[in-house]
Write a new protein. Sequence first.
Length: 183
Amino acid sequence: MVVLAHENRYVLVQGITGREGSFHTKLMLEYGTKIAAGVTPGKGSLKVHGVPVYNSVEDALREHPEINSSIVFVPAPFALDAIYEAVDYGIELIVVITEHIPLHDELKLIHYAKKHGVTVVGPNTPGVISPGICKIGIMPASAFRKGNIGIISRSGTLTYEVANSLVKAGFGQSTAIGIGGDP
């Protein structure tokens, strides 16, 4: 059973113009993930790997109302505001790659997301992958193969190692979720 990362995910990349955001956007696109748009304040009208960049989540959703998930590559001091913005505009799944978000900010974002019925994976997560379908995150696609075993782990590296061991033994995964390593 595929969970979270399914074929009907349309992704917004918050922080798309940064080094990590740009690099992993390219890899997600190559995997087949539907990246609809990116957001970096002050960088609207650029394109990153063919993906249009907007100044705000509101601007991106105006042009791409199909967006239903976000991946956050925003630096820790600005992550809470970026996540709140995604929640406020009704994005239903937010994958937070950013690490070292202050603990009190993490608690605020979890409470806020729960109050609005939004699923947050992370912070400090490697993301979510449903092999052959969708990858929202930084997991190495080569470690995974389509199958029917689900993986959930706090450790990104152990997620990849378990998946790779399963593949070597002839088993694939339906979905792998790294829940994040920050406290």
